[in-house]
Structures are given as C-alpha cells and as structure tokens.
Ligand binder design. Structure first.
Ligand code: IPM
Ligand code: MG
Length: 358
C-alpha cells in the first residue's frame, strides 16, 4: 500500500520522520512517497499544492500530512500564495468533507491539562467537522473599503456530514450552529433534524448555539459524545477541545470522503500547526503525529491491530512518564520516539504486569 507523505513546514518534517520510524515497526510493507507541500512547495514551485503532489495523493491509499505555514509566508496580499491554500485545495480536491477529531484525555495526563482533573476525567468525544463547505469555500473578496466572506451550505452537504456524525455517535449528537443569527445555520438545523428523525432516531440529538457550546465544552466536557458542526465552528471548537487533553500536541485528525470502492484516500494529520518557533530544534512533541499515523492505519488502511498497537504504546509511554516540553517535561522528539518504540517492542509477557497495575 502506498502512502503519500507531506512533511510541509516548521516542525512538520521532524515529526513526520519520527512517525515513519514508528510506522516501519508495525507496518513494514508500507511504501512512502514524499512531496513538498505548503510553504516548502511555494519556495520551490511557487504554489502550495503542485499538480504532481495532487495526482500522487489521488493515486495513494492514504495521505499523511504533518503541518503547513509559518511567518515566512504570512501575507495579507491576496495575490501572493499561502501555505494554507495547499491544505484547503487538497481537502477540496479529494472530496474530504468529514473531519474527525477525537478527544480522549489520557489518564496519565489529567494533571497536565490547565483544567481541573474533576472536569476532564472521563471525557471521550469526537468533533465531526464539515470540511469542504461554509465560509472556507464561499465567495470572498475585497471592494474599495470593505472585504467579504460568505457562508453557504447546500442541503446535500449538510445531509452527508450529518449522516457521518450520527454514524460516529455512540449515544448522542450535539449539533452546533448559530441558528439565532445565521440563515445557513437555520438550514443546518432543519436538515440535521430531518436526517435524525428519518435515519437515526435511536441516537439522541440536541442542538446548541456555538457560543453556548464553547462554554459547555470547558464546563462539562463529559457531556459530549459527537459534536457535529460546520467548518469554521469546528475549526475553533476543536482547538478548544484539544486543551482538554493537556496539549494540542496530542490531537490527531482524519479527513474522509465518501466510503466505498473507487473513493479517494483519506488525509491524516495532527490538529496542531507547524510551530515555527521551535522548528529545527528537535523538541517538538511527535505524539499527535503518531496518533494521526494510527488513525491512518485504522481508518485509511484497515490495519486495526497495527493501529491499536501504536495507540497503546503512546498511552504506555505517557503512563511511564514521557513528557515533552509542551507537557511540562524535557523529552526531545527523538527521546519521545524511542520511548514509544520501546513500548512497541515489549512482549505480551512484559506488558502483563503493567496491565494488572492499571
Ligand atoms: C485546521 C487548521 C486549518 C483550518 C488551517 C491551517 C487552514 O487550522 O486544520 O484546523 O483552518 O482548517
Ligand atoms: Mg484549526
């Protein structure tokens, strides 16, 4: 199976290389094809997403992306290329309308979160974010003394993400909108309500306004199972939700299109950015990248056992005390990688006692 890798910018190349070390351990037969992406591609090719990278991604079994962006390419000039255009272009071109961001704080890190342990304990939620519509892709532009962005959603776009949200839920879907102000949100609410009653009546559905949802996410995160929301609200709420797990350096994400034969590959990436301030120092936390690789194994390549091995090795490494700088420790990227590899190498017998301890 072929994986297209997009290291991107900043800490991207370091953490992606670390993830491949881990992947080689559990899935030695995967073949990797790297491509420049984001700012790195702008520097060489003048565009964040080249035709070659896009064609390779379309032909791959999965795409593994690290992070894009950095001050070097920051501009407010609409005529200059931006690294983020690569990411948005890739999501759109691959039809990746469903972005899944699971948030499950690791018990070993309950005290690393800025929130109290009593609040975050037992949190286990997934943000299901619509990824190819809304204000990210609506008409936008500048006029003499103004600028505009438009948020448009079609019924079909809302239906397919609503179905994915309900299918992901174990008990409850919290649909988040701004239906007291926005017309697109009122359509969102109508369509989600209809998909629920016609196709998923056994799942509980509630509607929350986005401002209220932002508050409840911090006040009572255990309440949530699936948070189903549109593109921009999902972007904001998923960064907020990341802090429940102590660091944004721990959150993976999967971007998926339609299921079934002939479908485009999924894209797997950490929720965090390219952290240009610490790039090249070898101190970035690679765990969200490892967990994104695990999501790729599970959801993109159907290698569930291998995925579970990576996930539990990360948990055990954290339980054994692994802490990178973002978690208040001093482990380097290389040390974090070694700690996870060491857990992977442990035999079942070596793991037994620790399984009992927990
Ligand atoms: C994310 C990021 C992207 C987004 C940026 C880099 C365009 O913040 O994946 O959450 O806004 O979707
Ligand atoms: Mg974001």
């Amino acid at each position: 199976m072929k994986v297209v890798t997009l290291p991107g910018d900043g800490i991207g190349p370091e953490i992606l290389a670390a993830a491949i070390e881990v992947l080689r351990e559990v899935a030695p037969d995967l073949v990797y094809e790297p491509h420049l992406f984001g700012g790195a591609a702008i520097d060489v090719h003048g565009t964040a997403l080249t035709d070659e990278a896009l064609a390779a991604a379309k032909g791959a079994d999965a795409v593994l992306l690290a992070a894009v962006g950095g001050p070097k390419w920051d501009t407010t000039d609409p005529s200059r290329p931006r690294p983020e255009q690569g990411l948005l272009g890739l999501r759109k071109a691959l039809g990746l309308f469903a972005n899944l961001r699971p948030v499950r704080p690791v018990p070993a890190l309950y005290d690393a979160s800025p929130l109290k342990r009593e609040i975050i304990e037992g949190t286990d939620l997934v943000v299901v974010r619509e990824l190819t519509g809304g204000i990210y892709f609506g008409a936008s532009g500048r006029e003499q003394d103004s600028a505009f962005d438009t948020c448009t959603y079609s019924v079909a776009e809302i239906e397919r993400i609503a179905r994915r949200g309900f299918a992901t839920a174990r008990s409850r879907v919290t649909s988040v909108d701004k239906a007291n102000v926005m017309e697109s949100s009122r359509l969102w609410r109508e369509v989600v309500t209809r998909v629920h009653s016609e196709e998923f009546p056994h799942v509980e559905l509630e509607h929350l306004l986005v401002d209220n949802a932002a508050m409840k996410l911090i006040a009572a995160p255990r309440h949530f199972d699936v948070i189903l929301t549109e593109n921009l609200f999902g972007d904001i709420l998923s960064d907020e939700a990341a802090m429940l797990s102590g660091s944004i350096g721990l959150l993976p994400s999967a971007s998926l299109g339609e299921n079934g034969r002939g479908r485009n590959p999924g894209l797997f990436e950490p929720v965090h950015g390219s952290a240009p301030d610490i790039a090249g120092q070898g101190i970035a936390n690679p765990l969200a990248m490892f967990l994104s690789a695990a999501l790729m194994l599970e959801q993109g390549l159907g290698l569930e056992r291998e995925a579970a091995a990576v996930g539990s090795a990360v948990d055990r490494a954290l339980a054994a005390g692994l802490r990178t700088a973002d978690l208040g420790g001093s482990a380097t990227t290389a040390e974090a990688t070694q700690a996870v590899l060491a857990e992977l190498w442990k035999t079942d017998e070596e793991l037994e006692p620790s399984a009992e301890r927990r």
